[in-house]
Each structure stands twice: as C-alpha cells, then as structure tokens.
Design a protein around this ligand. Structure first.
Ligand SMILES: NC(=O)C1=CN([C@@H]2O[C@H](COP(=O)(O)OP(=O)(O)OC[C@H]3O[C@@H](n4cnc5c(N)ncnc54)[C@H](OP(=O)(O)O)[C@@H]3O)[C@@H](O)[C@H]2O)C=CC1
Ligand SMILES: O=C([O-])CC(=O)C(=O)O
Length: 269
C-alpha cells in the first residue's frame, strides 16, 4: 500500500519515520505534501525511489498513493479531501473538520461515488470500537471531559482569556455539544469529533474542556451508557516534545491503522 502524508509537523514526521523504518506493515511511503518547498534533506525523488517531498498537490497525487493520511489541520481536510477521495482512501487525523456537516457530506459522497474510504483513526482517544458497537443499539449518553496542562493551550484562543502561567486551579473553558468543541479547538479537541462520529453524533455528544495546572499529561475521560451497558475510561497521553497539544499516541494510532489496512490481520476495530 502506497501512502501519502499531508503535513510534515509533529504527527506527519513521526508517521513518516515509522513507515520508513518498516514499522507500518505492508505500507510504504510514496510522497509527503508540505506547505513551502522541501523540508526534507533527502530531497525529491520519484515513484520507485525515496518518497517525494513536494509543495505541489498535483505532483503529490502523481505518486499514486493508495491512501493519504492528513496530518495538517482542519483547513487541509477541506482543501484536499474531495480531490484525494477521487483516487485514494483518505485518513483524517484532524477529525474535527468533519463537524462541518456540508464538508462531511461532500467527502462521504465523493468516497462513495469513487469506491474509496474516509477513515478516522482513534488517535488520541480510546474505546471507539466499543462506542461504535454500542451505537448499534440505543444510547442514552456519550460524554467527554478533556483536560490538558496550561502549556498545551499556548497558541489557542484560551491564551487570550486566561493567564496560563498564573493558574493554580483547573478552569473549565468550554461546556457544550461536541459540534461546538470540535470547531472551537481545531488544534486540540479533535477527540470530541472522533467520539461523536463513532457514537451518537456531534449534537448529542457532550463535552467539557479544562485547562488543568495539576497534570502533566493530556487526559480524556469518556462516559457512555445505553442498551449495551456502560463504559467509563480515561486516557493520559504523553505530550510530544515538538507540540504539547498532541500526544505521541496519535502517530502510533495512525501506524496501527496502516498495519490493519495494508495487511492480512485486523484487530482493535
Ligand atoms: N484526532 C486526534 O486525536 C488529534 C488530531 N490532531 C490534529 O492533527 C493536526 C496536526 O497536528 P500536529 O502534527 O501536532 O501539528 P503541527 O503544527 O506540529 O504540524 C502541522 C503541519 O502541517 C503543515 N500544514 C498545515 N497546512 C498544510 C497544508 N495545507 N499543506 C501541507 N502542510 C500543511 C504545517 O506546516 P506549517 O509549519 O507551514 O504551518 C505543519 O508542518 C492538528 O492541527 C489537529 O487538528 C492533533 C492531535 C490529536
Ligand atoms: O493529543 C491529544 O491528546 C488530543 C488532541 O490534541 C486533539 O484531540 O486534537
């Protein structure tokens, strides 16, 4: 399976590294779409050699990826999604972009018409296998509490509202439906979108978001109840050195999914 990556930041770099070290099952790296010129010293190459690093979307798609992994943010999902799905599967890490109903609908239509798949990895959250299975029956509740340390909020709108360095107690910066949280925190609460898509949708999934000076990991708590029974889980993601908003687990989850999609064995669905 030939893989293309959009975005060579924290997640994209890790995903590319895993693939190039042969840790992604049958997947090989075909091309990386970057924003400005080349960011990799290995330089340009073609279909058969090293992966191509390019700022041209057309050149990127000419490498004939079977699957493209988006690791670049909400705007990249909107900019490239439909064009990718005409010829390849599309794995969306910035799942919050799908809170835009119109965009989500267009991507689904393009995928269906062209026989490709829109794939959302679990990334920073857990338990989506069970939530998705549970949603086959009636569900009364799916809720999420996301907490991250102050440094994870630098560069977000929260920085303008709070003195992040001076916090001594957790502060709730959002409470409401997942559709709003996914749009309000494009770089840091994509987990609410993945949870919504697995379960009862963006409008019934409820979310609280905290800046918490008492923790060092990015923490997500999920509670769900329904015909299946109930689920309570909490994950603590180690923030990556390059971007404290993002856990290392996100790239690892992408690789787990590449192994599943490219190989003969699937588990953790
Ligand atoms: N589903 C989940 O659980 C999670 C999802 N995410 C999502 O993943 C995204 C990426 O995270 P992360 O890697 O940590 O972020 P980074 O900011 O470290 O990296 C993003 C990279 O994408 C590049 N980029 C942006 N737009 C484009 C474009 N149009 N074409 C090519 N490259 C582009 C940026 O380039 P430049 O430097 O030029 O801006 C940057 O190099 C986040 O914005 C978030 O939406 C993150 C964590 C968890
Ligand atoms: O990595 C995390 O813990 C979650 C995250 O940034 C997101 O959901 O966008």
């Amino acid at each position: 399976m030939r893989v293309g990556i959009i975005g060579y930041g924290t997640i994209g770099t890790d995903v590319a590294g895993f693939i190039q070290r042969g840790e992604a099952g049958e997947a090989s790296l075909a091309a990386v779409l970057v924003r400005k010129g080349l960011t990799c010293e290995s330089g340009p190459a073609g279909k058969s050699g090293k992966p191509l690093f390019t700022a041209s979307f057309n050149e990127f798609m000419e490498q004939a990826p079977d699957l493209v992994v988006e690791c670049a943010g909400h705007s990249a999902v909107a900019a490239y999604g439909e064009r990718v799905l005409r010829t390849a599967d599309f794995m969306v890490v910035s799942a919050g972009a799908l809170a835009d109903e119109d965009l989500h609908g267009r991507l689904m239509k393009t995928a269906r018409e062209n026989g490709h798949r829109l794939v959302v990895p679990s990334a920073a959250i857990a338990g989506l296998d069970r939530i998705a299975a549970a949603s086959v029956g009636y569900m009364e509740e799916v809720s999420l509490i996301t907490r991250k340390p102050p440094k994870a909020w630098i560069g977000t709108f929260v920085e303008d509202k709070l003195n992040l360095e001076g916090l001594t107690e957790p502060v709730c910066v959002f409470e409401g439906p997942a559709r709003e949280s996914a749009k309000l925190f494009p770089e840091s609460v994509n987990v609410s979108a993945a949870l919504s898509l697995a379960g009862i949708g963006f409008d019934r999934t409820t979310v609280k978001v905290f800046v918490d000076p008492g923790i060092t990991s990015n923490r997500h708590q999920v509670v769900a109840r329904g015909k299946f029974g109930e689920l309570q889980l909490e994950v603590g993601n180690t923030p990556s050195a390059a971007n404290p908003k993002t856990g290392y687990i996100v790239a690892m989850s992408v690789i787990h999914n590449l192994r599943k999609l490219s190989g003969p064995f699937m588990i953790g669905l």
